[in-house]
Design a protein around this ligand. Sequence first.
Ligand SMILES: [Fe+2]
Length: 470
Amino acid sequence: MTSTGFSVGFKTRDAETQGAELAWQGTPPPWLNGSLLRTGPAKFEVGADAYHHWFDGLAMLHRFAFEGDRIRYTSRFLRSGSYRDAIVNNTIVHDEFATNRTGPVWSRIFSRLTGKPTDNGNVNVLAYGGHDMVALTETPYPLRIDPKTLETLGPFAWSDGLKSEVTTAHPHYDAARQLIYNFEIAFGRKTFYRFTRMTPGSHNRSVVAEIETSEPAYTHSFAMSERTLILAEFPLVTTPLRLLLGGRPFIESYRWLPARGVRFTVIDKETGAIIRRAEAGTCFSFHHVNAFDEDGVVVLDLLAYPDARIIDALYLAELRAGKAIPQSLLTRFAIPLGEGPVTQTVLSAAPLELPRIAYHRLAGRRHRYVWGASPTGSGFFDSLVKQDLETRNLASWTEKDAFPGEPVFVAAPNAASEDEGVLLSVVLDRDQERSFLLVLDATTMTECARAYAPHVIPFGFHGNYFPDAA
Ligand SMILES: [Fe+2]
């Protein structure tokens, strides 16, 4: 394989695809009737301008619709403010994660102050507690989308008056409480971390807890147990002044200060009270996997990198040059709610990213299985893995010159066991220069079926399966 084997997955795809009928090879389970909705960057150049980082590209939505023997694929650009302004002006207008709009520094500062924040929902697609379908990025500007046509319907408008600048595209749904939790940061003269909760169907967040901070940490996700919310502050931090006046793109305003270590704050979901603050050795993470309460301890699994160099490795120039990305390890932190140190254990020998669990069943409760994409031989995600945390058994799926994305776990109806179901993953077939939708048996990690799209689907981040009629 050439060193740039996977780079075709980072090329702009300008064309949209409308309801392409794909052909199954193999046999998907008969109960797979619904749709997989995903988002990811697909347009990396606008006029003479170019985005710098994988996280910057303009969002394209993807839909695989399953109906009987049929599978259809549709893609559509998210008509975000970032997208519309870029197309109309033929240049980058909104600052993104690692790319600022062009123009003199003063105009960039002005735009920061006056606000043309991005709403480029290229990170995740979900339905708020089964209600509004939204495309999300790490700003508090979700966009509503039509799950059937992928049309952009408009902003998901908050009615609560809460102001913040950044949030996560990984809200949690607590099915027992029927509440959506998320985390945000409100920058200002005083800066606050804030946990919110919201009833599905409402547009009204309420504050669970606010914690003042002078050096906010970059936070891509957070963890939730049945009883608690957990903030992990990795030592990639900024200050409001650096962010506002530094003239640098958002993420380049953050500094890696490893001596800070990782700082955990455990919060009571009901009262918002801080139950425990604790520290551990340094690491960086994008993705929490899950957390659960056990005998006076909060157990938290996340994917730990030794440092924040993964962010640099995901600049498009690095990826297109085929440079290997750093590897993250599935790591368990046990945080005593009383006194006592945090303990830390690596749970898998395989590097793992884009993790999924049997979320509907086990969010906030002890899980046994973690699935994810793994960068092993090629330097980019080239296998899908399943880590059994009881037996420590590791199973994987891999194929020559195939580069899979996030494996979305779909439980079988009335599943008897945690891992009964399938994984859905969009895989780049480098040789055929096409992507395919892969259906894996989540128990055995063997292939049930695949269906080729007519073209390469640029690598994306996250999505979800919706068991509605296709
Ligand atoms: Fe993510």
